[in-house]
Design a protein around this ligand. Sequence first.
Ligand SMILES: C[S@@+](CC[C@H](N)C(=O)[O-])C[C@H]1O[C@@H](n2cnc3c(N)ncnc32)[C@H](O)[C@@H]1O
Length: 360
Amino acid sequence: MALYYATAVGGLERIVRCEIEERLPGAFVDETLSAAEWGRTFFRYEGPPTEVLTLRSVENVFAAAGTFDGIPPGETGPPAICACLAACNLDEAIAVHAAIHGPRPEPSFRCTSKRVGVQSYGSLEIMAAAGAGVQHRYGWRVDLEGHDYDIHADVEEERLTVGLRLTPETLRRRGRVVHVAASLNPTLGHAMCVLSDPQPGEVFVDPTCGAGTVLLERAELGRARLIGGDLFVRPLEAARRNLAENAVEAHLLRWDARRLPLAAESVDKLCANLPWGRRAGSHLVNKHLYPPLVREIGRILRVGGLAVLLSLEKRMLTERLSRHGWLRVTDSFAVSVGGLKPALFVVRKWRGQERPEGYE
Ligand SMILES: C[S@@+](CC[C@H](N)C(=O)[O-])C[C@H]1O[C@@H](n2cnc3c(N)ncnc32)[C@H](O)[C@@H]1O
């Protein structure tokens, strides 16, 4: 059974695990290997390798080639990495790659690296050492641009993980043709939509839709009446183009999310990447935005409806939510995005004693 690993936004591992086991029949997550690393999920799967490219909550999928512990953090680290790669048998990973992309009789390759922890060497030295190891073993030609194989040699603390990238391009860039300043990583948008428990035909709203990433991701998960809006013209134009390019139908409106033109209790699901107060808005602006926006969420959601909210303003958001007795945070995820640590909140609306069936 082939061993793969998927990399994703740190903090989404629970969602990635569920997707792997639901989408790939017979696949199971290797808990021991996965536990070691944040953002990397190892799984075994014996179905067609092309199927692993259908995952939506991950950024890249790799054929795992080996993990090596005890990599020294000092100057003997790079020679040790070179020796590991020279000893690393890539044949199984290459067979998986060939099943997706076809055989490569005289392959070229490059080595790529991510480094986490305190080492006296950097990613460039790791790449050079790993590349030398691969060349020693296989004699392949190095080609940084047009390579056949992209071999990742990632060092996290004292562990080296080697994998062959299977995803032709990172799934982080799928779907959109136009971006705005604080455009959401689509894999995170997918996770938000999954957390909203999508149901066919439901009314789904993104009140701060920007370039429309969340709406695009929701459209992938089945039929829904999609409604999105933004305060500004430019993001709305971007959303229009992105939706049109992907043949996704949605009702787009220019609005102020503090006063939404939507009837009370008319919305089943709401997903929003709120302004974090960094690239979009500021903390001061958010102080005036979040209170009325949270009130509007409470008004337009039907009882039993769900909101999934992403923000860096964790304290402000949870404090505002706690003021509305009918909005309850039922789950939350600390995620890691571009060095920042926002959180995803799953919020359910119920009113007084009228709690939806199945909820305590
Ligand atoms: C974090 S961005 C959302 C990015 C979007 N998810 C995407 O992928 O492009 C926040 C968005 O909220 C919008 N916004 C800020 N204040 C707003 C308000 N009062 N009403 C509606 N939208 C607002 C901004 O214009 C921005 O596009």
